[in-house]
Design a protein around this ligand. Structure first.
Ligand SMILES: C[S@@+](CC[C@H](N)C(=O)[O-])C[C@H]1O[C@@H](n2cnc3c(N)ncnc32)[C@H](O)[C@@H]1O
Length: 274
């Protein structure tokens, strides 16, 4: 059994409402921009409810695809998806992959590595299981500069609650959220031809309720924070976030941008690793 994750991951449907509906958009961009040239199977590390796995399956109908994650509730959700019929989902830990050396032509991790206790171990594991000439891809939110939905929440809550300020600072200043964080990780792991790009999607909320209610589902650091607030503070945080969300106009649709860093690298051809 993989170790319990530090990422609050108790309910697949709640994850979908919270962020899976948006990581589906991100996953489609990642899959379209990151095409492995070598034939062979693909691995989605930290697959969650299957956002990227589904996108990979649509792009590569003839490849075997495996998704691994420690969250049983997310795996159950992913296994029930019709667009993931081609994908095998298994319980697993990115930091100790249960796979043979050099067994995949492409390895992917979308919005995962910054949540791990030891991201360097996960990068080494992704390198270990990648074939010579294979493609390794990681994406991570640009929390500090590019994730508007979290800016609204944390900056509003931080003015009322020091715990929110501390959580914001930890997430936003994580080395892998900084512009060159994922590149450095990939180079240290031994990938070559490392390149960085960025992907921006839009999160299209119908109204404030459509933004706020999914946060009460308790998934991830944001959901864990909001769902864990005692009622009076939660009401005050909600009022402050609502004012920031509305920004002077009546309630209704808001389209917020979300940018992720996207890093790619390869396992060297003629790779002589063990
Ligand atoms: C923000 S979600 C991203 C999920 C998915 N890749 C997506 O794009 O929607 C982070 C995921 O990392 C997973 N995770 C946490 N610890 C992990 C570990 N040690 N190994 C693999 N995945 C892990 C969580 O369970 C969760 O599914």
């Amino acid at each position: 059994m993989p170790p319990a994750s530090g990422y609050a991951a108790s309910n697949g449907a709640a994850y979908e409402r919270f962020i899976g509906r948006w990581t589906a958009r991100l996953g489609r961009e990642i899959a379209a921009r990151s095409l492995p040239s070598a034939p062979g199977p693909l691995l989605d590390v930290g697959c969650g409810t299957g956002s990227l796995s589904a996108a990979l399956a649509a792009m590569h109908p003839d490849r075997a695809i495996t998704g691994i994650d420690p969250a049983v509730a997310y795996l159950d959700f992913a296994r029930a998806r019709e667009d993931c019929a081609q994908v095998t989902f298994a319980s697993g830990d990115a930091q100790a992959l249960d796979a043979e050396d050099r067994s995949f032509a492409g390895v992917y991790a979308a919005i995962v590595l910054n949540f791990l206790a030891d991201p360097a171990a996960a990068a080494r594991e992704m390198r270990r299981v990648l074939r010579a000439g294979g493609l390794a891809v990681a994406a991570g939110w640009d929390f500090r500069g590019g994730l508007v939905y979290q800016r609204l929440l944390w900056d509003s809550a931080a003015s009322l609650d020091p715990d929110a300020a501390a959580l914001r600072d930890r997430l936003f200043s994580h080395p892998l959220a900084l512009p060159d964080g994922l590149d450095a990780l990939w180079r240290e792991a031994g990938f070559v031809d490392v390149t960085r790009d960025e992907v921006t999607i839009r999160m299209d909320f119908a109204d404030f309720d459509d933004y706020w209610q999914p946060l009460l589902g308790g998934q991830g650091p944001v959901g864990g924070y909001v769902a864990g607030l005692e009622p009076d503070l939660r009401r005050r945080v909600e009022a402050a976030v609502r004012a920031a969300f509305l920004s002077g106009s009546p309630d209704g649709p808001r389209s917020l941008t979300a940018t992720a860093w996207l890093v790619s690298g390869s396992a060297p051809n003629g790779d002589a690793r063990p």
